[in-house]
Ligand binder design. Structure first.
Ligand code: SAM
Ligand code: SF4
Length: 333
């Protein structure tokens, strides 16, 4: 019998773990260029503490983990954490989301440590636009990271591309071509209003129906893929004759809350039942007390809301709860 079942009957087997809120980039949809305040290192969960949470979660039916951030690869010794997590009874799948800048150096060690899958964020194929979106870093490093990930055997490689109106929507066709020619899965993601200025979000929000329009205009014979392992909320498509595929993550234009199976753990030690709302449970007092940790994970099931209300926000409708003030980099995506 699964233990982590919420009030709406949703079974939770997936935990996303943010290992840091710091990042070497400043993507314009995620955090401001200046003035971010980060968690002091003494207030970050230690790797021992993360292992404790995962042990409690695994005893309650968590089988899948995703390591995220901030940028997870800036936290030293991540391969050591992954190796410890992969040894926990019940954990079957560990994935990583990274901006890819430091991946080339670490890909092999991560693979050896037991990392099963990797998602690399890539919003543009143009180096000067990369600098505009990410504000720091170099596209070349990300591309080297992608190559290194493929070389050490991560398969499939998934690329996360947040689409922004008037910023990178003109690259949809290029990303589709990439997925046609290379064995990569491109996941287009709708820009979400998480913890920051609404006006910028509305100005750049783009519904992902646009991707299907472009795919048809470009002449691809597309069809839906079903039952793709590990693809969570992604609405997946294939193009006839393609080496890769693409997916649409459209939490706003068509939300997937009824299938939500995930909990989030912030780098400063809070369980977030939903990405969007303010509600969270601080678990710091439960370290060293496995039964209390399990109780808090179960409590998260009681307070998990039925859905987020990002679509209502787009339409300037009333919100039934209070949205979080955390930014995406502080939650982990
Ligand atoms: N730094 C890593 C990276 O960029 O892949 C991991 C953390 S990042 C917060 C996780 C994912 O969230 C990335 O794919 C990023 O593009 C996405 N993301 C960040 N802010 C977003 C937003 N406002 N709307 C949609 N996706 C967002
Ligand atoms: Fe950093 Fe990832 Fe946020 Fe970009 S999306 S600023 S890489 S945490």
């Amino acid at each position: 019998m699964p233990a982590l079942v919420d009030r709406f009957g949703r079974v939770h087997d997936y935990l996303r773990i943010s290992v840091t809120d710091r990042c070497n980039l400043r993507c314009l949809y995620c955090m401001p260029e200046e003035g971010m305040e980060f968690t002091e290192s003494e207030n970050l969960m230690s790797y021992d503490q993360i292992v404790e949470v995962v042990e409690a979660g695994a005893a309650l039916g968590i089988t899948k983990l995703r390591i995220t951030g901030g940028e997870p690869l800036i936290r030293p010794g991540l391969d050591g954490l992954i190796s410890r997590l992969s040894a926990i009874h019940g954990i079957q799948d560990i994935a990583l989301t990274t901006n890819g800048i430091f991946l080339a150096k670490q890909a092999e060690a991560l693979r050896t440590a037991g990392l099963n899958r990797v998602n690399i964020s890539l919003d543009t194929l143009d180096s000067s636009r990369f600098r505009f979106i990410a504000r720091r870093g170099e596209l070349k490093r990300v591309m080297e990271g992608i190559e290194a990930a493929a070389a050490v055997g991560f398969d499939p490689i998934k690329l996360n591309c947040v689409l922004l109106k008037e910023v990178n929507e003109d690259e949809i066709a290029d990303f589709l071509k990439l997925a046609y020619e290379q064995p990569m899965h491109v996941r287009f993601i709708e820009y979400m209003p998480i913890g920051h200025a609404d006006e910028n979000w509305k100005k750049h929000y783009l519904p992902l129906s646009r991707v299907l329009e472009v795919a048809e205009k470009e002449g691809y014979a597309i069809s839906r893929r079903t039952n793709v392992h590990g693809n969570g909320p992604s609405d997946d498509w294939q193009m006839e004759g393609a080496r890769g595929s693409f997916g649409l993550i459209h939490p706003i234009s068509d939300h997937f809350c009824s299938n939500c199976n995930r909990l989030r753990l912030t780098a400063d030690g809070s369980i977030k039942p939903c990405l969007y709302w303010v509600d969270e449970l601080n678990i710091k007092d439960a370290f060293g007390k496995p039964d209390e940790m399990k109780r808090l994970l179960l409590r998260a099931m009681d307070i998990k809301p039925e859905n987020h209300e990002m679509a209502a926000k787009l339409a300037d409708g009333a919100q039934t709860h209070v949205p979080t003030e955390r930014r995406m980099s502080q939650i982990g995506g």
